[in-house]
Design a protein around this ligand. Structure first.
Ligand code: SIN
Length: 267
């Protein structure tokens, strides 16, 4: 499929595949900034980069932000996340109405490393042992607002490692997918997470068990990038993470995301 030349029939096929599989890969694309933005609109209203990331957006295109370790002439990074590992997360799930689709387009890649992993949270929930599932039914989990997935403290926030007092938002542990209504596990990120209503000790033990279950190989896809790949995923039904890569090599990705269509609801 050529995403720079997209028909109504293609749109129906792609949306159907997206809601069935939660993540899609389009290879050998050659996309202008406008192509990337207009394809992203298929999945919802395209969001602008958050205010603290706007300086890492493509100049004149606040909807496209740069994920890169490359430094500009002023010696400052032109993008976010550097070359380190990005831990498992769903994008910006600390918001009340978190974004839905993320689209990531590979412009420049290191010779090794930087693979992006996706884990399916509908399958993880389906495969969850009953005793574990019962422990989270009807419960909410706090999604941390202190750190991003690269471990950097978010702008305007005090560093904190106390799940009870750190900034964050509670979302149901099992959500109804906003488009399909299918139940999905919604974990966000492990750091500073907290299962509401439990002691910190019980919450930590339950979260460890949930994360060990949800990120098993059986639910994961590891993507080895090629230039021109566009990989996209649904943040309401998947988690993703990225492997580190050698900081001496360059990696440049362009990313868009769509706004949430509503606050996450319990299944
Ligand atoms: C991200 O976590 O949004 C970035 C993933 C990547 O750089 O592959």
């Amino acid at each position: 499929m050529d995403l720079s030349n997209f028909s109504g029939e293609d749109a129906e096929f792609v949306l159907d595949a997206y809601h069935t599989h939660s993540a899609l890969l389009f290879r050998e694309q050659d996309l202008s900034h406008e192509n990337l933005i207009s394809f992203s609109y298929l999945f919802g209203e395209v969001d602008e980069a958050p205010e603290n990331q706007l300086k890492k957006a493509v100049p004149g295109k606040p909807q496209i932000y740069v994920v890169s370790n490359i430094k500009g002439e002023n010696g400052k990074p032109i993008g976010s996340l550097g070359a380190g590992e990005a831990i498992w997360h769903a994008d910006m799930s600390d918001r009340e109405n978190p974004p839905e689709a993320t689209l990531l387009y590979a412009v420049e890649l290191p010779p090794a490393g930087g693979d992006t992993w996706i884990a399916g949270m509908a399958a993880a929930l389906e495969g969850m042992p009953d005793d574990l599932r019962k422990k989270i039914e009807g419960r909410s989990i706090k999604h941390d607002g202190t750190y991003n997935s690269g471990g950097f403290v978010r702008k305007g926030v005090e560093a904190s490692d106390d799940p009870l007092t750190c900034p964050g938002t509670l979302h149901p542990a099992i959500c109804a997918h906003p488009a399909t209504g299918k139940p999905v596990l919604y974990l966000g990120r492990r750091r500073n997470a907290y299962v509401d209503g439990l002691s910190l000790e019980d919450s930590e033990a339950l979260l460890d068990a949930l994360w060990a279950h949800a990120t098993q190989d059986a639910y994961c896809y590891a993507h080895r990038w090629r230039k021109g790949d566009l990989l996209m995923w649904d943040n309401r039904s998947t988690l993703h993470r990225r492997d580190e890569f050698n900081p001496a090599h360059r990696r440049m990705m362009l990313r868009t995301q769509t706004k949430g269509s509503g606050i996450p609801r319990a299944a």
